[in-house]
Design a protein around this ligand. Sequence first.
Ligand code: PMP
Length: 442
Amino acid sequence: MQRSLEKSNRQFQRAVKRLPLGVASNFRYWGDDKTIYVKRARGARLWDIDDNEYIDYRLGYGPAILGYADPRVDEAVREGIEIGGVFALATEREYVVAERISKMVPAAELVRFSNSGTEAVMAALRLARGYSGKDGYILVEGGYHGLFDAAQWYAAIEEMENEADQPEIKAYGKGIPKLLKRLIHQVQLNDANQLEEVMRRHADEIGAFLIEPIMGNCCSIMADAEYLQAARSLCDRYGIVMIIDEVKTGFRVARGGVQEMMGVDADLCTFAKAIANGYPISALAGKEEIMRHIGGDGVAHGGTYTAHSACLAAADRTLEILDETDALADIESYGRRMQEGIGKILSARSLAHVYSGHPSMAGLFFAEEVPRNYRDWLRSDYALYDALAANLHEEGILCEPDSREPWFISSAHDDACLEETLAKFETALDATLKTLPGNHSS
Ligand code: PMP
């Protein structure tokens, strides 16, 4: 039976009269008749206003690491609300949470809070410029760092005629000042020679190298540890601030994030998402020598809503749980078992597939080899993924419709979720293979 989105469709028609695209964030619009409106979510499950039930592998793009409405975190938030909100003054808990972050991430010698990933990365880039005195920066093809102007650029690989070409750097839509483009240098992931060449030639104008070592917005395509270590040395050699954007990987792929996983310390790093199980708080952290440039006649940082008492309480409790329980190991184990189960289903149909990234946020690729950079994504069978995703939604498995978003797992995903996911995956896959033209098996 087809899933009904009747109420969601009606809500869309009402909402679009007052909200552009009928939603509060462009990414939530999936089409006039496909946009989902949520009634509630608990643990790993979410219900829409038509009462369709889903096992959720989007988790709001990652934040709900302990599952939606985790009672331990929500209890802490209630107590945090009682403190009173924001005061344009500091509270004691800011220090407590900063201490916890420093303990979990050694490079986080000093910490400042913000409200979103965008704000944290924006602050990191400003601080890197303030410290280095250089405005240029390096972006990695396929990376995503938020909605501020300097980060709203991408490599137009789909338009490249020749693989050896450099892709054009384009703005994500209108309203981004064109002159910013002059400050950007773009490199491919996992090509240390190219990185060195760019740094050597432009060292006097590049202040920051911005990287997501697991590209959480690009199928979790992952840097090799050796590449990241080489990048670390190059940044040191050329006086460039290394910003590791851990907005998605932070407190998820390991207690100390991707830096722990790959044995590399950033100069500056940014956290959001998993830090507070979905409450809006983020952090900019890094080496004391650089972070001390905040304030005085140095770098401006702050904001009215920074370190709200409810969000700070959520971060305090969430990080305590992630640091002191086996939550992350459980998440990783679920991810591995799901990959094995899905792998068996795909192999039985002779479908070539690989996973990229970390099991807690893995990308599923219909390709023979694990992708090493964004351009490899083009070579995968993403048409199959796109069609499959639509059928998974029909079955009640919520993954991102765009194959560039990984599958996120929370500690609330249990054995019942896994069994149900695998059964529904098989049904959705067979439905997809029946309808899709062409040969999708290898
Ligand atoms: N950096 C990365 C790596 C992200 O994944 C995101 C969001 N997906 C951001 C920055 C921006 O975070 P936010 O949406 O909270 O502004």
